[in-house]
Design a protein around this ligand. Structure first.
Ligand code: CAO
Length: 580
């Protein structure tokens, strides 16, 4: 056993930082990399971890002390054979320390080294599309997005934090390198990010290449040096599934930059270890009152919150809303059992793969729609014998005329759906509180199967287009979806969706409504079937297309759905009805 002085590691460009939290006390046993104290400057705060395992003999700092690199924090009695290198600091997600030199992390003591690096500023340009990428965040790899701080349509300023990422060792806020209105967010909670990943598209007023600093909360990581590449073209990522009805961008309004030391609205002021601790206990940090310096939430705050909830003297908001909707435990608040945790590897070999970004986003939308909308599915069949003959003939004529456009049944169904929407306008509506908004346009979404997951591009103004144009645009949109090139505009504004599995198989299924739409049509595989011909009193072979219409029962009655589906069947059986 030897006495070891644990010193403040290289914390980059910070001269002096104030001690705002003591995380250990004499007698405590600490592990290497365990945080000892939290320090804060006007730009950032970070936790200083121990470089050794051992028992705290003496604390050499007090709350309010100003310390700097090399200051002794703690004397440990350690069994570690040799004095290893101090670890890095952990800076909670408060304010961006700015871009430190990357080389600074090469020192044994790695610490977030904020301090804005001067960046070249290009001449302002008229509004243009700017890309925001993950800046140089040192040695962090695959950091997970844990909190979104902005939304599409928000106006952001240079260096304003966009979202928080966290590894097992650190967390930091990723700042914007552009100012303007966020057109697209290419990340969602749970995504894993690396340096250079495209995270947002900003319609900007300036081409300045900012050097915002990641706000580091990292014990063992190199300082974030943030040098954003200027906005480039070449965006490849696909957007969110159409289920995400993104608010339209608003006119740019000045938004105050995230101030150092000021918790971002919605972002509780707490260190990464406290956040982790709260997550483990399932404590909603936003509801915990911080008693630390500047309202910082400490581990004790989380513990006392938990004790209060357990003692029944406090309810979380989730519990309160459950109780408001019905009595808690009566199912009013979706009082579900926790998801089963199974160690699959115990039963056989397994491989774990992260869900794709699109799957995560569409999954969240599908879950919300499934639990919030009372779905009912009406199944019917359409006799498309004559229409299929016409489709085949149309394609043959197209081939002879060397037309590149191939017509599939889906194009005819889109047009038939428009006729049905005109006849039954409540299917072309959306719920807005207690009111129904009837749309007087006919934009039809269609589910497209892509290598990354389900996308729903929207074919606009289908009422004003012929079958050939619909087929052509559908082909283009489906290709864009498969290539991951759909923009948000391609997926917005839908009135009604169609999910066609006809090219694949199946008889009937239950499509999930794409909120805020109120109905969706599922098409399964058409098949030749013996159909009773009453006139001739015999079975005749007919091509039959299964129609599965899911509808929001809050808006649409079962009888209306049956009528809609029956009418659709009649139109598809005799397309001349569209003219009536
Ligand atoms: N019955 C029988 N055959 C059908 C059919 C139907 N209802 N619908 C299409 N087909 C045939 C087409 O005629 C085509 O045949 P050929 O290759 O012989 O010409 C073949 O199936 C493939 O059609 P397609 O899929 O290329 O074209 P489409 O217009 O029918 O569909 C698109 C386009 C993008 C919707 C489709 O490719 C797709 O992605 N479908 C999957 C949608 C999906 O995943 N839905 C589920 C959402 S919920 O998880």
């Amino acid at each position: 056993m030897a006495l070891v002085d644990i010193k403040v590691p290289d914390i980059g460009d910070f001269d002096e930082v104030g001690v705002i939290e003591l995380l250990v006390q004499p007698g405590d046993t600490v592990q290497a990399e365990q945080s000892l104290i939290t320090v804060e400057s006007d730009k950032a705060s970070m936790e200083i971890p121990s470089s050794h395992t051992g028992v705290v003999k003496e604390l050499k700092v007090q709350l309010g002390d100003k310390i700097k690199q090399g200051s002794v924090i703690v004397t440990l009695e350690s069994g570690d054979a040799e004095q290893s290198e101090p670890k890095q600091a952990q800076a909670p997600a408060e304010q961006a320390p700015a871009a430190p030199e990357k080389g600074a992390s090469a020192t044994p003591a790695q610490a977030p080294a904020p301090a804005p690096a001067p960046q070249p500023a290009a001449a302002p340009a008229a509004s243009e599309t700017l890309e925001v990428r993950v800046p140089d965040i040192g040695d962090f790899k695959d950091v997970a997005v844990i909190e979104m701080l902005v939304a599409v349509g928000d106006t952001v300023t240079l260096e304003q934090s966009l979202f928080t990422v966290e590894s097992d060792k650190a967390s930091m806020e990723i700042p914007s390198s552009a100012e303007g209105v966020i057109k697209e967010l290419r990340v969602a909670i749970g995504d894993k990010l690396n340096v250079g990943d495209l995270v947002a598209i900003v319609q900007g007023q300036t081409t300045r290449s900012a050097a915002p600093a990641a706000q580091v909360q990292s014990p063992a990581v190199s300082p974030p040096a943030v040098a954003q590449p200027p906005a480039q073209a070449a965006s490849q990522a696909a957007g969110a599934p159409a289920a995400a009805q993104t608010p339209a961008p608003q006119a740019a309004q000045p938004v105050p930059a995230h101030q150092p030391g000021t918790p971002t609205p919605g972002l509780p002021h707490a260190s990464p270890s406290v956040r982790k601790f709260a997550r483990e206990l399932g404590v909603p940090l936003a509801e915990v009152k911080g008693t630390g310096i500047k309202g910082r939430i400490t581990q004790e705050d989380v513990q006392s919150f938990t004790r209060s909830v357990m003692a029944g003297s406090l309810q979380t908001q989730a519990q309160a809303s459950g109780a408001a909707k019905g009595s808690a435990g009566a199912g009013g608040g979706l009082d579900l059992l926790p998801w089963p945790k199974v160690d699959f590897a115990k039963f056989g070999p397994v491989e774990r793969k992260e869900l794709s970004r699109i799957k995560k986003i569409s999954g969240a939308n599908l879950s919300r729609n499934w639990v919030m909308i009372p779905h009912v599915t009406n199944n019917d069949e359409a006799d498309i014998t004559a229409l299929e003959a016409f489709r085949v003939q149309t394609n043959q004529e197209g081939e002879k005329a060397k037309s590149p456009v191939k017509v599939t049944m889906l194009a005819f169904v889109i047009k038939a759906v428009v006729a049905a929407l005109k006849k039954f306008p409540e299917f072309n509506a959306s719920l807005d509180g207690d009111a129904l908004v009837f749309k007087q346009y006919y934009h039809i979404g269609f589910a497209a199967d892509t290598p990354n997951g389900l996308m729903v591009p929207v074919l606009k103004d289908a009422d004003q287009k012929g079958i050939l144009q619909i087929s052509q645009e559908m082909g283009e949109l489906a290709k864009k979806a498969r290539d991951g090139k759909l923009g948000m505009g391609d997926m917005q504004g839908g009135c009604f969706s169609i999910s066609s599995l006809g090219g694949i198989g199946g008889t009937h299924f239950t499509p999930i409504i794409n909120a805020p739409e109120v109905a969706i049509l599922g098409l399964s595989r058409s098949a030749m079937k013996p159909v009773w011909n009453e006139d001739k009193e015999k079975f005749v072979p007919r091509l039959v297309l299964p129609l599965s219409l899911s509808y929001d029962h809050r808006v649409i009655d079962g009888a209306a759905a049956a009528r809609f589906n029956a009418y659709l069947g009649q139109v598809l059986a005799d397309y001349r009805r569209i003219l009536l």
